[in-house]
Design a protein around this ligand. Structure first.
Ligand SMILES: [Zn+2]
Length: 115
């Protein structure tokens, strides 16, 4: 499962960050996932506890913020939020659009328990 290896990679990075601060554990993680990132939110939430088991992130609260797909139209310049499966300008229907947002997969913040 794609999301499990992503979650494992994320936990590894978080553990490195946490151990640099001598943290006892990771309490909370806020993740930003764009709807065009290819990461399924539900699958990621399901996979995360398996990846976190036995690590500093084991009991961490995982919060996910989803960002919409955002495109700018090359024809009419409108900025709109189409479905990720169908990148079209919602104002004029053109498929000549530039992807402005929605590919995000990043950590917005983490809270650590530091002695
Ligand atoms: Zn347009």
């Amino acid at each position: 499962m794609h999301e499990l290896s992503l979650a494992q990679g994320l936990v590894e990075q978080l553990e490195q960050a946490a151990s640099m601060q001598n943290a006892l554990r990771i309490d909370r993680i806020v993740l930003v996932i764009g709807k065009y990132s290819g990461v399924e939110r539900d699958a990621f939430e399901f996979a995360f506890p398996f990846a976190a088991e036995g690590t500093l992130a084991e009991n961490a609260v995982l919060e996910i913020e989803e960002l919409p797909v955002e495109v700018e139209c090359c024809q009419c310049k409108a900025v709109s939020h189409p479905e990720p499966t169908f990148l079209l300008c919602r104002a004029c229907g053109s498929n000549e659009v530039k992807l402005m947002g929605g590919r995000e997969f990043l950590v917005r913040s983490i809270e650590l328990e530091i002695p």
